[in-house]
Write a protein that binds this ligand. Structure first.
Ligand code: SF4
Length: 463
């Protein structure tokens, strides 16, 4: 088990653009902490069972490709945890005592050997004693949701903090001695000029964050921003303006020595985020809390789940949706017969159903009422090698490291066809792709990164 994600679904107020799952009733935090701990301990029981099924108690993690294209097949205990990420929502709303309880449950359940433990924090929660206590708990990285230093933009985003609070929080981070931290910025905001974006970047760089995530503002349906745009009350910048902002971010952060190791992520050398990088590399992770996702390669071929139907069902059966209809999100649940079917047919063909992804219910009440792990699952899907390969290429090409032909072939059974290779060669001459035939490494250039999703979709369509 490479990573654990804990979703803490509480916020002080709703940011205008946000479509993550959260609630604002903070009086429910104590009950949530109890529920989260229950979920963690139950997952531990299931994973213990999986470990017992595995002869020798080892799990072959999927290949990590090194620079030279070699595939390193690390042997790991199924329960060894390398990264922990507390996201949300706003995990900085939890008290130190509540975090202690959660970490105790994790420690009792998993073999914790984390290299990176990140907590998301909003600037208005910054406080020196809290930061120091986090360090004592083993948290070694803070992710600060700054978004902008412009008070007008912060208000338009309906953020709970001001520019001054953002500055104070970054100063406190420096004082607290956190060497690893990341700060988020949002560009492409309504009314935001390049000069305003530049001011945000300069202000951010004054603190030399080891890592910066810069995202284009997205208009999601059902959010306050989505409604404002729908009603014509707010006009968002067009694609060309957003692309200009993106190039400006790339240029400024590049000049300041940051490596754009993923489309939206920039790091000083050696400060890349391990947890998120593992998502993009298809490494196993478990998610806890309402709406959290999990992804597993069950023994690489699904046999671990097949070998115990009751385990498979207890792990994968969906919740009783009728019970929660009024709170259900739009995500469709698979019925239990289908789940049983999947669990028993999963490994029949080598290319099908080799990995599984599931999502917890996006509803705090239903989550807290769940008695069994299966009651918390809102939807799940088995993934076959062809779709995993396409996903891996899509995620890999968003990263500077790109994808390696040998890994695609050995891990996913995928090879680039002639039409794809011709197109890659054309794109290389146009400066969007870089293809190293010796290492069989394909990546996007800095220019190509701005069109990553479009170029990848075209590449995949030529298979
Ligand atoms: S604080 Fe984060 S999770 Fe909460 S509403 Fe704002 S963006 Fe969403």
């Amino acid at each position: 088990m490479a990573g654990l994600y804990l979703h803490i679904p509480f916020c002080k107020q709703a940011c205008s653009y946000c479509d993550f799952y959260f609630v604002t009733q903070q009086d429910r935090i104590p009950a949530f902490v109890d529920g989260l701990i229950r979920e963690i301990r139950q997952a531990g029981e299931i994973h213990q069972a999986l470990v017992v099924q595995e002869k020798g108690h080892v799990h072959e993690t999927k290949g990590q490709v090194h620079e030279n294209g070699e595939i390193h097949q690390a042997q790991e205990s199924l329960q060894t945890v390398r990264t922990i990420y507390l996201g949300g929502g706003t995990p900085s709303l939890l008290s130190i005592g509540q975090l202690e309880q959660i970490f105790r449950a994790l420690d009792d359940t998993f073999d914790l050997q984390p290299e990176e433990v990140t907590i998301e924090m909003n600037p208005d929660d910054a406080d020196l004693s809290r930061l120091r206590a986090w360090k004592e708990l083993g948290i070694n990285r803070v992710s600060m949701g700054i978004q902008s230093f412009d008070d007008g933009l912060l208000q338009a985003m309906h953020r709970a903090h001001t520019c001054q609070e953002a500055l104070d929080a970054l100063n406190l981070l420096e004082k607290s001695g956190f060497e690893r931290f990341t700060a988020d910025l949002i560009y492409g905001n309504p009314g935001q000029t390049i000069a305003m974006l530049d001011a945000d970047l300069r202000q951010m760089l004054a603190f030399s964050p080891p890592h910066i995530s810069a995202y284009a503002l997205m208009v999601e349906q059902g959010t306050r921003l989505g409604k404002q745009v729908e009603l014509g009350r707010v006009t968002v910048p067009d694609d060309e303006q957003v692309a200009t902002h993106f190039r400006h971010v790339q240029e400024r952060l590049g000049e300041a020595g940051y490596l754009q190791y993923e489309v939206s992520n920039f790091a000083l050398p050696g400060c890349e985020a391990l947890h998120n990088t593992n998502y993009w590399r298809h490494v196993d992770y478990l998610g806890f809390g309402p709406s959290a996702h999990s992804f597993l390669w069950p023994r690489g071929d699904g046999r671990a789940l097949q070998s115990s139907d009751s385990l498979a069902q207890s792990t994968l059966a969906p919740p009783d949706r009728a019970k929660y209809d009024s709170h259900a999100s739009n995500t469709s649940a698979v019925n239990s017969a289908a789940i049983t079917d999947l669990a028993t047919t999963a490994p029949n063909t080598p290319k099908q159903n080799v990995a599984i992804r599931w999502q917890n219910i996006r509803d705090l009440r239903a989550y807290l009422e769940a008695e069994k792990p299966a009651d918390r699952i809102e939807s799940q899907e088995w993934l076959g090698l062809p779709e995993l390969a396409e996903e891996r290429i899509t995620l890999g090409l968003r990263m500077q490291e790109g994808v390696h032909g040998r890994q695609l072939k050995e891990q996913y059974g995928y090879t680039f066809g002639e039409r794809q290779l011709d197109w890659i060669s054309l794109q290389s001459s146009l400066g969007t792709f870089a293809w190293d035939p010796d290492k069989e490494r394909l990546c996007l250039t800095q220019e190509g990164l701005s069109l990553a999703d479009h170029l990848t979709a075209k590449l995949l369509s030529l298979h």
